[in-house]
Design a protein around this ligand. Structure first.
Ligand SMILES: C[S@@+](CC[C@H](N)C(=O)[O-])C[C@H]1O[C@@H](n2cnc3c(N)ncnc32)[C@H](O)[C@@H]1O
Length: 227
């Protein structure tokens, strides 16, 4: 869970670089994309990614040979770096543009797969208690609008949190869930500390620091719904 103070930092190039560097220590990120592919074939698919950040997962999606990927994020510095990352690796079937999850500038029914990975915390936690559900509904509504018949919406993220987004996705929107482990592996204690305090709560570092250099294993959820 990214803390509010961290959110503002998405606006800085320096933060984007740090995020990008540390994000790559999620050792299992390729298997995240394999899990997506188990539910909807990525090869040949038209893919929209919401909150793509610096494109770390986008790169893995591109390796699966989709027809095209249209990736969005609201933070310009993250998009800049994502474009550089994808161009450097020769993934030309991918475009990045600035957009909020709730207003994606694409026509209805254009995609086979719409994915948002670790990107909805702002929607769930920046809104107040009375409105977070309706904000999440707007995101789900936008995902469904983008999907062609038979397309699949996928939300990946933490199953934990102070608000019952899991119950909301499953009970109100009919999403199905799969839980899976993610593995983080750090080459030094200093890097471990930077990454864990950036991507998780400080309490996680206080617990994990005694166990480094063992892998950090976390639980993630993949919620999906065919439209
Ligand atoms: C934790 S990062 C995850 C990035 C990427 N999905 C990954 O797994 O590496 C969350 C990203 O979502 C973006 N984001 C958060 N709320 C957003 C919103 N309402 N609309 C668009 N992008 C958003 C942030 O700018 C950030 O780049």
């Amino acid at each position: 869970v990214i803390k509010p103070a961290e959110r503002k930092r998405y606006a800085s190039r320096r933060f984007a670089r740090r995020f990008d560097r540390l994000r790559r220590y999620q050792h299992s990120r390729r298997s995240v994309v394999r899990r997506i592919g188990e539910l909807r074939r990525v090869e040949g698919a038209r893919v929209v990614e919401l909150g793509a950040g610096t494109g770390v997962l986008t790169q893995e999606i591109c390796r699966e040979a989709p027809r095209w990927v249209a990736a969005f994020d609201r933070a310009p510095r993250m998009i800049e770096l994502a474009r550089e990352n994808l161009q450097r690796r020769g993934h030309h079937a991918c475009s990045f543009a600035r957009a909020d999850h709730r207003h994606v500038p694409l026509r209805s029914g254009c995609a086979d797969l719409v994915v948002a990975a670790w990107a909805l915390d702002s929607v769930i936690y920046d809104s107040d208690e009375a409105t977070w559900r309706s904000e999440l509904d707007r995101v789900v509504g936008e995902m469904r609008r983008l999907l062609a018949r038979g397309g699949v919406a996928m939300i990946i993220g933490s199953p934990y949190g102070g608000r019952d987004h899991v119950g909301h996705l499953e009970r109100v929107h009919g999403f199905s869930r799969r839980l899976f482990k993610t593995v983080w592996r750090f080459p030094s204690r200093r890097i471990a500390r930077s990454a864990v305090t950036l991507f998780f709560r400080r309490a996680v570092w206080r617990d994990y620091r005694r166990h480094w250099p063992k892998d950090l294993v976390t639980l993630a959820g993949l919620w999906w719904k065919a439209c």
